[in-house]
Design a protein around this ligand. Structure first.
Ligand SMILES: *Cc1c(COP(=O)(O)O)cnc(C)c1O
Length: 451
């Protein structure tokens, strides 16, 4: 945890050297604003809390239908959500003293239906596409826009309509799972373009659900580009574009509204005296940017969101540092190879980066060995069963509290005296559907590293 990000060309050069050497580091965002200007979403209208609420309202309209389609949602009446859990044993094991606050986990690794954070964005975009089709064909609409009317979307008329369309996506795995499963449940045909590094079990799970899996030899970016190209040639294919989609981003953002209720239910205050630090694993950036956008709408400057990336795939970090253009991690001599397959992305979403410019606190990197160490620790101390990507946030709190860059951030924001009342929230982003043998392999790997 060495390099600092104090201003100046010398520090910038040191940061680039650490980046290229794949040394874990923290970069803090000099453009973060206490009172940000209206957030412009890349050529679109400016987005606000109303858009976050609209996404949540869409989930609510579809809840009875989702409950009917997915038995596992009966208990929550169609709401796809995850618990907020205190993890005191994990905090002790990580060596984060109480003088620096309390550690909590937002347990998206247990999100039903998709098994990862992608349930929020991916499902939202499929629902929005289905809703727009249904509106255009008069299946729902004025006077018929209550949740019970949306239940009719499982009837033959709607399914025949949806069956004429294909929903396609490019994915390293989890986004494909979320889009593929939801699209095929609604009656769409579904195609997922996957990179060669996607896990075999994710491909198998999709194929078992009738989703077409198209494999591509290159990386995640190549899979997205191939899917996008194919979709452009077919007017009945709707392509979910992970690198450019506002619907995805806003689907993720709705998490903030539910989290606000959970924080209140646990009597966790968020204000100037009680800062909230949120650590979010980052791939292309849509999920953590959406959540950060929502959180900053609700908690203003008192929430500090930090992204976590593998040392070989820090695409969001290089994007934010560059400020302009769309650099890739390969430009820095990095390999983009990581066991955190949900985060194996060489180039950030410019949409997400633009939205994050005035809102994000920073980005840190984590070595793959540390992911496995923390994956095993989460299991041993708290019984949390997470995948490697989902472990990326756990080195965040100490990085922030102990590295020179982090201490500088806390000092600049006059947070040092508030740290005993601080809340550190690590977002665990995937794991529910990892097969037992695969998960045992993660634990074995952690044990081998510790030996
Ligand atoms: C996709 C994913 C992320 C990050 O989401 P992006 O939108 O790609 O930044 C984090 N964790 C897991 C497990 C994921 O699948």
């Amino acid at each position: 945890m060495n390099p600092s990000t104090a201003a100046g060309p010398h520090a910038a050069a040191a940061l680039r050297a650490s980046l290229a050497a794949a040394t874990p580091l923290l970069w803090c965002n000099p453009a973060r604003a206490v009172t940000p200007p209206p957030v412009q979403a890349a050529g679109e209208h400016s987005i606000s809390l109303a858009d976050v609420e609209a996404a949540q309202a869409r989930f609510a309209r579809f809840a009875p239908l989702l409950s009917a389609l997915f038995p596992e949602l009966a208990g929550t009446h169609g709401v796809i959500e995850s618990p907020l859990v205190a993890v005191p044993s994990m905090q002790t094991a990580l060596g984060l003293p109480h003088s620096q606050g309390r550690l909590w986990v937002k347990a998206d690794h247990s999100l039903p239906v998709a098994g990862s954070i992608k349930a929020r964005g991916g499902i939202h975009e499929v629902l929005e596409f289905a809703e727009n089709l249904a509106l255009r064909h008069g299946l729902v609409g004025p006077g018929r826009n209550e949740p019970e009317h949306y239940l009719a979307l499982r009837e033959p008329a709607a399914r025949a309509l949806f069956g004429r369309y294909q929903v396609a996506v490019g994915s390293t795995g989890n986004l494909g799972l979320s889009i593929g499963v939801m699209a095929s449940a609604l009656g769409f045909r579904a195609a997922v373009h996957m990179s060669s590094d996607a896990k075999a079990w994710k491909k198998a799970r999709l194929r078992n659900r009738g989703v077409e899996v198209v494999e591509h030899a290159g990386d995640y970016e190549d899979a997205v580009a191939a899917g996008r190209r194919q979709a452009q040639q077919d007017e009945f294919t709707y392509f979910v574009d992970d690198e450019r989609s506002l619907s995805l981003l806003l689907g993720y953002s709705a998490a903030a509204l539910h989290l606000r209720q959970q924080l209140a239910a646990h009597a966790i205050r968020v204000d100037a005296e009680h800062p909230l630090f949120v650590y979010l694993p980052c791939g292309v950036g849509g999920a953590p940017a959406g959540i950060t956008f929502g959180m900053r709408q609700l908690f203003g400057p008192h929430v500090h969101c930090v992204f976590a990336e593998p040392v070989q795939s820090p695409c969001f970090l290089v994007q934010m540092m560059a400020g302009a253009g769309n650099p890739s991690v390969y430009d820095f001599g990095l390999s983009n190879s990581t066991q955190a397959d949900g985060l194996a992305v060489p180039r950030a979403s410019e949409l997400a980066a633009g939205v994050m410019r005035p809102l994000l606190s920073g980005v840190f990197t984590v070595a793959d060995d540390t992911l496995f160490e923390h994956l095993a620790l989460a299991w041993r101390t708290q019984g949390l069963r997470i995948e490697p990507s989902a472990a990326a946030g756990f080195s965040g709190p100490r990085m922030l509290c102990e590295s020179p860059a982090g201490r500088d951030y806390l000092a600049r924001h006059q947070l040092e005296a508030m740290m005993p009342q601080a809340t550190h929230l690590v977002w665990t982003t995937g794991g529910l559907f990892v097969p037992p043998a695969e998960y045992q392999g993660f634990l074995d790997k952690a044990a081998a590293l510790a030996a």
